[in-house]
Design a binder for this molecule. Structure first.
Ligand code: ASC
Length: 151
């Protein structure tokens, strides 16, 4: 019984830490994984942008939900930029990602930090807070794309 409990605990622990330890069978899977995470993030970020820029009415609850998704998705792509994943499927990822790993990591961490602030701003229910935090987060998207994504 003890062994079963220990196994169950180990499995649960593994499941909870899955994103950070995601393993990919092949480079193509890693490329698809990071593109998928970034795509989903972009969709939800875009909805926030539409509110921040007045293209759609501000809806505090929707903003909060979208920002929470962004903050979760922002954690996911980075593990999928591992060694050997520079090719294997169509990708705009530039080689500098792998030759400037520390700088790339800094960009990723900035996005993660700004997306946490964005979620906090959305929780205030105040459109001006959302606008400010959205602008800062969008800046981190752009900075990384300028350096590490092909046009
Ligand atoms: C988005 C999106 C990005 C960023 C970037 C910000 O909505 O999909 O990649 O914002 O355009 O400059």
């Amino acid at each position: 019984m003890k062994a079963i409990a220990a196994l169950a605990l180990a499995a649960a622990t593994l499941a909870m830490s899955a994103p950070a330890s995601a393993q990919f069978a092949k480079a193509e899977d890693a490329i698809k994984y990071r593109q998928s995470a970034l795509f989903v993030m972009g969709q939800h970020f875009g909805r926030l942008g539409a509110m921040a820029n007045g293209r759609i009415p501000f809806d505090a609850k929707a903003a909060q939900e979208n920002a929470d998704v962004v903050a979760q998705m922002a954690k996911l792509p980075w593990v999928a930029f591992g060694p050997g994943t520079d090719k294997g499927a169509p990708t705009k990822a530039l080689p500098e990602i792998w030759t400037e790993q520390a700088k790339f990591k800094e960009h990723a961490e900035k996005l993660e930090a700004e997306s946490v602030k964005l979620a906090a701003a959305a929780k205030t229910g105040n459109l001006d807070n959302l606008k400010t935090a959205f602008g800062a987060a969008a800046g981190t998207c752009k900075a990384c794309h300028d350096s590490y994504r092909a046009k």
